[in-house]
Design a protein around this ligand. Structure first.
Ligand SMILES: [Zn+2]
Ligand SMILES: [Zn+2]
Length: 137
């Protein structure tokens, strides 16, 4: 049942439009990229896009890539239940690969436990070249 969360019925119209734009994109999009693509659908103000993005991120349907200040649709319907989200970002083609790793998560969990640090959210961003771009070089 992959992608069964792609279009939950309880999204607002703007949230649905923004999520659809992210899902249809091959790479991360900034809020302004999204706004540009949705002008024909009647979106005019950046705030409309930001509000929709906030809700989508909060629900785990989309993620914010801090280093790019851009957003991607969640590629894993279960990820928002996990503590760790990792992204491998290709600096050549912009492809983003979302993954989770139980070992890293466990190690970070142990560290946090030892330190008494209460983790709210962990996002890893790995920069480099994807397999396709690496062979071309
Ligand atoms: Zn995700
Ligand atoms: Zn690449």
């Amino acid at each position: 049942m992959a992608h069964s969360h792609a279009a939950p019925g309880d999204l607002t119209r703007n949230q649905g439009l923004v999520l659809g734009t992210l899902t249809g994109s091959s790479g991360p999009l900034s809020a302004y990229d999204i706004l540009d693509k949705l002008r024909a659908d009647g979106l005019r103000a950046p705030l409309q896009v930001y509000r929709a993005l906030d809700k989508l991120v909060e629900r785990g349907l989309a993620h914010r890539l801090e280093s790019l200040n851009a957003f991607v649709a969640c590629a894993d319907e279960h990820c928002h239940r996990k503590g760790l989200i990792a992204f491998a970002i290709c600096s050549d083609c912009g492809r983003v690969n979302e993954f989770a790793d139980a070992v890293i998560e466990e190690r970070l969990g142990n560290w946090a436990g030892d330190q008494g640090f209460k983790v709210e959210r962990t996002t890893m961003e790995i920069r480099g070249k994807c397999a396709q771009c690496a062979v071309v070089a």
